[in-house]
Unconditional design. Sequence first.
Lengths: 461, 176
Amino acid sequence: MQVRSSVRDPLVTGGKTVKDVSHDISRQVEGKPTRLWWMAMAVSLALFGWGFYCVCALLWNGVGLWGLNKTVGWAWDITNFVWWVGIGHAGTLISAILLLFRQKWRMSINRAAEAMTIFAVICAATFPLMHMGRLWLGFYWALPLPNAFGSLWVNFNSPLLWDVFAISTYFTVSLVFWYLGLIPDFAVIRDRAVVQGNMLRANIYNALSFGWQGGAKTWMRYESVALILAGLSTPLVLSVHTIVSMDFATSIIPGWHTTIFPPYFVAGAIFSGFAMVLTLLLITRIVFKLEDYITIYHIELMNIIIIVTGSIVGVAYITELFISWYSGVEYEGYAFYNRVQGPYAWSYWSMMTCNVISPQLFWIKKIRTSLVATFVLSIIVNIGMWFERFVIIVTSLHRDYVPSSWTQFHPTMYDIGEYVFTFGLFFTAFLLFAKFFPVINMAEVKSIVKTDSETTHEAHH
Amino acid sequence: MDADKNFLVGVFDDEDAVLGGIRKVRESGIKIHEVFSPFPVHGIDEALGLKKTRLPIAAFLFGMTGTSLALTMQIWMLGYDWPMIIGGKNFVSLPPFIPVTFELTVLLAALGMVGTFMIASGLKPYSWPRQFDLRSTEDKHVMAVDLDLNKGKSKEEISRILKSAGASEVNEKSFE
């Protein structure tokens, strides 16, 4: 009994059966890493190593190594922080919001996207911790722990503290959600290892799978837990970037103090997140031969989300400009005039080109179904979203209220090094994930193989 | 004494076969120990007559614990233990306390619910489950029937019923 829709493209191509899904996805966990994987790992570790040197130097000498000055007290660190947190948002959108909307195309991309979320949030968290200078005190300064000063508690009125709670909750809940999905798939690898006689692997994956069996009652509870986690994660992911935007919006710096920030940041986050998902998946599907699971149809749907969120971001940029004029506030007006015309105009126009103009190319079907075009545009969008944060942060700060404080920001080797460090960390973690964990949610894909694939498999009755 | 040791294991090839099979097997009066599937099969809980899970209630209670814990913590710390003037605002003002309250509600609800799920389902590391058929995580749906709980029927009769219910093969499985 094979159901085929005449209006929707199949989500899994190549006539896959349930058994093929286990085989295709487990294969890369069971085999030896390919030469391509080792090469990528070597590059990631090199980036990580050089970045790690810069991080150690920074912790040894202090944040004076960064190019910050009295006027521009926040620059690359917070830009990178917001950029990485934003990237994480696509993973949760795919796994939680698309689950609530019963979008089945999420199933073959959610695992890798959630992994990306987790690693991106770790990368993001390194920046505020490094900016504290004394990393090891970060927990005492950021968390409401009893201390020897009275106890002097943290300030619950500050968005920076809300951020601590938002990011750590987001990280924990995403990790739990991701791991929950991995449990049944670890059991698949365990049982295959028993059949193959590899008891070491069987024991490791059994421990990872918490002794999963897949009984009907457990699956019923599991689905209920997944649905509630999705329901909890949906407002959570929206709250995270809302609170990140409040780091800026609640201060009285021209260009920051606007009510548009929360929705504008959330849309931008999803926009950049989908771009990063595409960058990663386009490589993963080729390296691990997953073309039948991550199809052109998946890529096209993600590109459509990029058009939608990219257009929201574009409207937000234009609204900001309009309001800065319409409000009649001269400080607001100047902040935006300076963005468009000032010494950082090049970054403003890079942002406009990358984020507003380039995603509009996806209106053309040929472009949004082209792998090369998608790959190039996904990287352009990520560059654009980095510039967006840089523009918001540095152009608003570098022209202070008092012209004698006006200055420029120049990154040092250590600003760049810390950014490179997070890239090394991110790609090393992602490569380890892609090698040792199943990159596609086998259990979910198996549940749609029968109704959503072009399988030639005849059901048994 | 002997319960939970000797089983007959019916192997079904796909979700429709196992769903129909469960009904037929239950109609013939056999008690099913458990059905193992490689992926969640919709309708299997009703076919087996399973009660609805109460995990949503657990999640709600954990969430409420988070809400009250967060509010109590913030009001006590900034209102009573060390009141501080921040921007000339009231010591205890609810709006700035909402973000942390929300986050802790979600955190406790999620962790509490998943923890409850793990304990209720007996999921723990370093314990090997009883494996009735290794293919049940790969592609087969496996129905286990406890022979000692179905003493009214002979092994051959149960095996025949499983086959006629759609099982592609029936195997015996005993545990120590």
